[in-house]
Ligand binder design. Structure first.
Ligand SMILES: Cc1ncc(COP(=O)(O)O)c(C=O)c1O
Length: 423
């Protein structure tokens, strides 16, 4: 069994840095840990926004994962990974007409509708196509997700329809032509580490489903309870207790399933499944002392991994980082910077690492979630880094590094003497 260090070193030897290196065994075991903690009546939908690499999605698919997508490209990735349309839900607060039409024509399990306007558009497109579109209504509930540092609902956001308004108007939704309302969707928060909070959030959503079903005397067929199960990044955080999670969720879903045996229960998850399976690896380019602080300047920073620098967080805390090639045992305190000409390009502040030399490899662990897909990869035209999967002792290239040509060829050179040259 290779350690993560040997896997990383093998991958870097072949594909260089900066790089995202994924441990396939860890990815599979995280997914299976979640599935095993849930009763059979629950289907896990992997959220592509968290990491949309097609090979990773394919590996998860091979173990049974369904997918949640939020754009036409995520949809294409899910299909290429082998996901069946009936195992895909399509969300997002601003879907384009062509995206909705594609989703309708494919017959996805559900288009998750985020506004009444969107519902009307789907009704029209389905009518034009002569089909009935399967949808779920995304509700922004009156409760705020417990245990989540980042709240998507329970407060004014661009997501879903207000609970009160949706409950009052559900009759109108149900009567719309060419629309089959399968049920409801709520996703309210992310990185929740406390099982009791996930339980309470879920219970609220299942009760809401029950309330709407009874109020409108309707047999729905799906409830998507979101999820938001997290992983610890910082020293004061404790891992989600998966045994407690199982003990709480099993009876909750079990009794719901008894009452609604024909309702597909969906739990979405991204971070929990892939977060700890990814390692962001950079090489130290130079080390210098500047105004009394020691800067370790590397070849990849916030342009590749903005989450690690605390983007979106009020308090900037360091992700776990280690020097995996240092020849020293003693540690020193460093500021770890990336290659950008921005003082904010710091991926480790006052961080203690083993004494570091130029050429060393630094690794930010727990980097599988919200890495390249939520980073400004084009800043300074560096492009997105290479991505590598190590699985069953083999090193697989799963995304080529962007080259200068990749970046420049997307741009169009204007010939100002004549018409623009489109090539
Ligand atoms: C609708 C929806 N589903 C799933 C996810 C994935 O969440 P997580 O990474 O917390 O599992 C998100 C994250 O923002 C989301 O907005």
């Amino acid at each position: 069994m290779q350690t993560h260090k040997t896997k990383i070193i093998a991958a870097v030897k072949k594909h260089g840095t900066p790089s995202y290196i994924y441990d396939g065994e860890k990815l599979v075991s995280n997914y299976q840990r979640l599935v095993n903690a849930l009763p059979d009546c629950v289907d896990v939908f992997y959220a592509l926004k968290v990491n949309p690499n097609v090979s990773l999605v394919k590996l998860l698919r091979s173990k049974g994962a369904c997918t949640e997508v939020c754009s036409i490209t995520e949809l294409e990735i899910a299909l290429r990974a082998g996901t069946l349309p009936q195992d895909i839900v399509f969300l997002g607060p601003s879907k384009k007409d062509y995206e909705l039409k594609k989703a309708i024509s494919l017959g996805l399990f559900a288009i998750v509708v985020e506004s009444e306007t969107e519902l009307k558009r789907i009704s029209e497109f389905a009518k034009e196509a002569g089909v009935v579109a399967d949808v779920a209504i995304r509700i922004n509930p009156d409760f705020s997700a417990k245990g989540s540092p980042w709240k998507m609902g329970g407060r004014p956001t661009q997501f879903g329809i207000d609970e009160k308004h949706a409950v009052e108007n559900f009759g109108n939704y149900l009567s719309m032509s060419n629309i089959n309302i399968k049920g409801i969707h709520v996703y309210n928060g992310t990185n929740i580490l406390d099982a009791q909070s996930v339980f309470e959030n879920t219970r609220y959503i299942l009760n809401l489903y029950d309330h709407i079903s009874k109020k409108y005397n309707t047999n729905f067929s799906m409830v998507d309870v979101g999820g938001g199960m997290g992983i610890p990044y910082f020293p004061n955080q404790v891992e989600l207790d998966i045994v407690e999670f199982k003990n709480l969720m099993t009876p909750l879903f079990g009794s719901f399933n008894k009452k609604y045996p024909n309702t597909r229960i969906i739990m979405e998850s991204g971070r929990f499944i892939i977060g700890t399976a990814g390692y962001f690896t950079v090489e130290v380019n130079n080390i210098k002392i500047n105004h009394g602080k020691t800067f370790v300047v590397t070849d990849g920073g916030t342009n590749c991994h903005s989450a690690s620098a605390g983007s979106g967080r009020v308090v900037k805390r360091n992700f776990p980082m280690e020097n995996i090639t240092s020849i020293y045992e003693e540690t020193e305190t460093y500021q770890v910077a990336g290659p950008l000409c921005s003082p904010d390009d710091i991926i480790g502040r006052n961080i203690d690492l083993k004494k570091t030399s130029e050429g060393d490899l630094l690794v930010i662990t727990d980097s599988g979630a919200y890495g390249p897909s939520s980073s400004p990869g084009l800043f300074h035209s560096h492009g997105f880094p290479v991505e590598v999967l190590v699985y069953q002792d083999e090193v697989h290239l799963i995304r080529k590094k962007d080259t200068s040509e990749d970046i420049i060829d997307r741009q169009v050179v204007v010939n100002f003497e004549k018409e623009p040259v489109l090539n």
